[in-house]
Each structure stands twice: as structure tokens, then as C-alpha cells.
Design a protein around this ligand. Structure first.
Ligand code: BES
Ligand code: MN
Ligand code: ZN
Length: 496
């Protein structure tokens, strides 16, 4: 999809569709009012006829408006003026994009950037419009022999802005497209089935990404390499699988040489059956999404490359399957992690922490400024926060706050949970340094407590994305979260 900006006015622009905002009680946005005056009050008349009152979620398409040069005009309901905020703006952007995408217009000009949103700049609004338009165009039909076809998907979206905002709008377009393609990569990889998206496939995807920039270097460690480093915990998870585990490293040197990188460590379990502690069958197919942490690392790096972000980032992805087998780990097995700490594997389904702990120890070698791991780690997080916020746990409140703010700003929110010492005792084992599970209570926190024992030497945060990385049911599909949060975090850090 192509995106451009224009400062041409809505009544004058020649296009398949002009998109305008209308607030509740038939209040026209400034651009809509302008359009209305060139069409002899058409919009006011139609609104008065009762076709629409501007409530959020409403849309109305009018054809061949006399006096204007466009084929259609799409009115998008924005809801209340008084409490119009980031969230309602996103909804407006999304419903506009969805409707125009389902119409016959393949070329549209959106004037939704002129809506007043408290605390949001023109740059941010334009970026939102681009990201939403990009996102609604995604369909997970890569493996369908007959594609789901919409009428005429939107091919060119122009964003109408004030002449004075044009330069920042161009930057917003470029950044929006970069972030949206990172999100799209994460969704595409997430939606691929486990028989295609294996650890080796993820490694190939990383290598492919490495070709996109001189500044991105990709290396892939095999099981023999992990053996040498003593990654007994990671390797214990891949024992039951015929697909070899891979430890993928992506080093992006966009910043000054010698500046400590941000490390992103993503859980890459390409299918989680639970292993010998096998999971029940319901929705088990969704455990193909257990590599969404890894996918978010790849997506974020893709966005960094596309934005040429001046920052150093290291992405580390432990990738493996978790399957039952004669050679698989058994409950009660004790393994030795790269850190030297021993772990009693009381449940082979708590495998995410087993692969992450070795990756977290390994990432010290990059002397990271901060480390963020991203993992579909616990079902308990889905119970605690549902699908709206990722769980955030950290050994550093400043880092946690940076991430919370980035999530707010990108509408990809996280919620801070406690990592108090009191919870650590739940991981006690009679036979090893720790157990890999901590009982029924506070499952998300005890999982993070486990990881915290491997991250004491640096500033670290953990994002449990089990509830946000994909949707189930009729809308089943990857969301690409938290690529937006992570990219915003990196943009903010690069600007410091
Ligand atoms: N990948 C799962 C977590 C998960 C489950 C995410 C369901 C989304 C939906 C993880 O590997 C896992 O199985 N965790 C266990 C931990 C338990 C054994 C302590 C869980 O949450 O049940
Ligand atoms: Mn599991
Ligand atoms: Zn898992």
C-alpha cells in the first residue's frame, strides 16, 4: 500500500474517497465543515435527515457529492467531542480504514488528522492513520489457495494535513509504514503453523532480515554451540523434538559504536504441546503462537532497520519446539543452566522460562544497557489481565515506567505487576537450586521470579504477552503485539 501526504483541501481533491470525521450531535470536524461549504451544505442536510449523528462506530458513505471532485465521501463517527481521546481516535482511524477498504475505492484521501486529540501531535495522528490502514489490510491467507478477496482493497492512502505540518507528516508516514511492516512481520510469523514455522524457519527469517541492512548482523547457533556454552536448560526443552533448537542473534548497530545496546530476548517456542506434562486438547492449535515473543523481536528489528533508528539493539531468540518423546525431559528431571544454577523440572510445560533463562545469561556478553524479554509465558497472565494489557515485571522501576509510557503512547499497553521477594519462596525445590514452577498462586509473578534469578547483573524487564499476542475464536490471528510498544520504547530512547 502506498501512502502520501497532501495539503490540498477536501472539497478540491480528486480521489475515489474523501474521509471526514463527524462528532456526536452532528458536529462536523473542521475539514468536514470545509467540505460542507463546497458542497452547499450536503453533509449537514444528510445528518439532519437522521442518517448519522456522529456516534463512535458509525460510518456513512455518500456517492458523487455535488460540488466536490471526489467520487465518494466517507463520514466516520468520532463520538463525544468532550472526551475524545487517543482511544477514540484509534477507533475512528480503524473504522475509517475498514470501511474504505471494503468499498470500491482503491484511492482515498483521509482528513482524520485534523481531529483534535488532547496531547497528540499531528505527527502522532498521521502515524496512527497509517498504522491502522496498514493493519486492516492484513489477511492471514498466505496458505489459502483461493484468496479471500475484498472488492478492491485500498492501494493508495493520502493523508490531508495543514501545509505547515507537511514535513512532520512525511516523517510520520515513513515511521508509520516502518512500524506497520514490523507489526505485519510479527503477525505473519505468528499465524504460520508449527509445521512450517520451525526453529530453523525462524532462523532463516532472521537471516533474510539480515540482508536488508549493512547494520544488521545475524548469527545462528546450533545445539552443538549451546552444548559448549552449557545451556542445559534450553537444551532440555528441545530434547523431545526432531527439529533442532536454534539460538538466533540479530545485532543492529544503528547507534554510535561503543554505546551499550538494548537487548530484546524473545521466546521462540514454535509449538508448545506441554511436553510430557502434555496439555489438554482444547485450542491446542493456538500453541503455534508460542513464538510470538520471538516474532515481536524480529518485527521490532525490522522497524528499526526501516526507520534507520540511531540506536544499538541486540535481538536474541531461543527457538525450539516442546514435544513429548522417549528422549524428552520428564517431570522431576534436574538440569543445569548456563548460569550454573540447577533446576528441577517439575512441569515440562513450564518450558518458556527454561529456554529464556539460558538466553538471558547468554545476553550478558553484549553488555546491554537494559534487557527486555518478551514471552507468551503464562496462562495465568491471561486470567489476570485478559487480552488488553501485557504483564510487565521488572527489577528496575525506571525501566518499567519507560515501557509503560511507551505502551500508552503506542496504544499497546502493559500493566506493572509486583516482583516482591516474598514470591520467590514458591520456587523452592528440595533437590535443586530451584523448581521451574511455583504452584497455582500468582503464576505470572513466580514465572518472572524464576527469570529474575538469571538477570541480577543488569536492568531487566519482562513482558508476559500470553494474553495479547493473538486473538482466538472467529477472529483468530496474531496481533503483532508488542511490536508497537517496543518500537516506541526504542524511538523514545534514541531521542534521549
Ligand atoms: N505457552 C504457555 C503459556 C500460555 C498458555 C500462553 C495458554 C497462552 C495461553 C507456557 O509455556 C505454559 O504452558 N505455561 C504454563 C505454566 C505452568 C505449567 C506453571 C501455564 O501457564 O499453564
Ligand atoms: Mn508450556
Ligand atoms: Zn509455552
Amino acid at each position: 500500500m502506498k501512502f502520501t501526504v497532501t495539503s490540498e483541501r477536501p472539497g478540491n481533491v480528486k480521489t475515489g474517497c474523501v474521509i471526514l470525521g463527524v462528532h456526536e450531535h452532528r458536529t462536523l470536524s473542521p475539514a468536514a465543515a470545509e467540505f460542507d461549504s463546497t458542497t452547499d451544505g450536503l453533509l449537514k442536510k444528510v445528518l439532519k435527515d437522521g442518517d448519522m449523528d456522529g456516534s463512535s462506530g458509525q460510518t456513512l458513505m455518500l456517492h458523487h457529492p455535488a460540488g466536490a471532485k471526489c467520487e465518494r465521501v466517507l463520514l466516520v463517527g468520532c463520538g463525544n467531542t468532550s472526551d475524545f481521546n487517543l482511544r477514540s481516535y484509534l477507533q475512528t482511524a480503524r473504522s475509517g480504514a475498514l470501511t474504505v477498504n471494503a468499498s470500491g475505492a482503491d484511492y482515498a484521501v483521509s482528513y482524520l488528522a485534523d481531529l483534535e486529540v488532547p496531547g497528540r501531535t499531528s505527527y502522532q495522528k498521521v502515524r496512527t492513520l497509517v498504522e491502522e490502514a496498514h493493519s486492516v489490510a492484513y489477511t492471514p491467507d498466505a496458505l489459502k489457495s483461493k484468496k479471500d478477496k475484498s472488492l478492491r482493497p485500498i492501494r493508495h492512502l493520502v493523508i490531508g494535513v495543514d501545509g505547515a505540518d507537511k514535513a512532520s507528516a512525511r516523517k510520520a508516514l515513513a515511521d508509520g509504514v516502518a512500524i506497520a511492516s514490523g507489526v505485519e512481520l510479527a503477525r505473519t510469523l505468528g499465524d504460520l503453523p508449527g509445521n512450517i514455522c520451525t526453529p530453523s524457519y525462524l532462523a532463516d527469517q532472521a537471516r533474510e532480515l539480515g540482508k536488508s541492512s549493512e547494520k544488521l548482523k545475524v548469527s545462528v547457533m546450533s545445539e552443538a554451540g549451546m552444548e559448549k556454552l552449557g545451556m542445559g536448560s534450553l537444551l532440555s526443552v528441545s530434547r523431545g523434538s526432531r527439529q533442532p533448537a536454534k539460538l538466533i542473534t540479530l545485532k543492529y548497530d544503528g547507534g554510535k559504536a561503543g554505546v551499550k545496546p538494548v537487548a530484546l530476548v524473545g521466546k521462540g517456542v514454535t509449538f508448545d504441546s506441554g511436553g510430557i506434562s502434555i496439555k489438554p486438547g482444547a485450542a491446542l492449535d493456538e500453541m503455534k503462537y508460542d513464538m510470538c515473543g520471538a516474532a515481536s523481536v524480529l518485527g521490532t528489528l525490522k522497524a528499526c532497520v526501516a526507520m534507520k533508528l540511531p540506536i544499538n539493539v541486540v535481538g536474541i531468540i531461543p527457538a525450539t519446539e516442546n514435544l513429548p518423546d522417549g528422549n524428552a525431559s520428564k517431570p522431576g528431571d534436574i538440569v543445569t543452566s548456563m548460569s550454573g544454577q540447577t533446576i528441577e523440572v517439575l512441569n515440562t510445560d513450564a518450558e518458556g522460562r527454561l529456554i529464556l533463562c539460558d538466553a538471558l545469561t547468554y545476553c550478558s556478553k553484549y553488555k546491554p544497557a537494559v534487557v527486555i524479554d518478551i514471552a507468551t509465558l503464562t496462562g495465568a497472565c491471561v486470567i489476570a489481565l485478559g487480552s488488553h494489557a501485557a504483564g510487565l515485571l521488572s527489577n528496575d522501576d525506571e525501566l518499567a515506567n519507560e515501557l509503560l509510557l511507551a505502551g500508552e503512547s503506542a496504544d499497546d499497553r502493559a500493566w506493572h505487576m509486583p516482583l516482591w521477594d516474598e514470591y520467590q519462596q514458591q520456587l523452592k525445590s528440595n533437590f535443586a537450586d530451584m523448581a521451574n514452577i511455583g504452584g497455582r498462586e500468582a503464576g505470572t509473578i513466580t514465572a518472572a521470579c524464576f527469570l529474575s534469578r538469571f538477570t541480577e547483573k543488569y536492568h531487566w524487564a519482562h513482558l508476559d504477552i500470553a494474553g495479547v499476542a493473538w486473538k482466538g475464536g472467529d477472529e483468530k490471528g496474531a496481533t503483532g503485539r508488542p511490536v508497537s510498544l517496543l518500537t516506541q520504547f526504542l524511538i523514545d530512547r534514541a531521542a534521549r
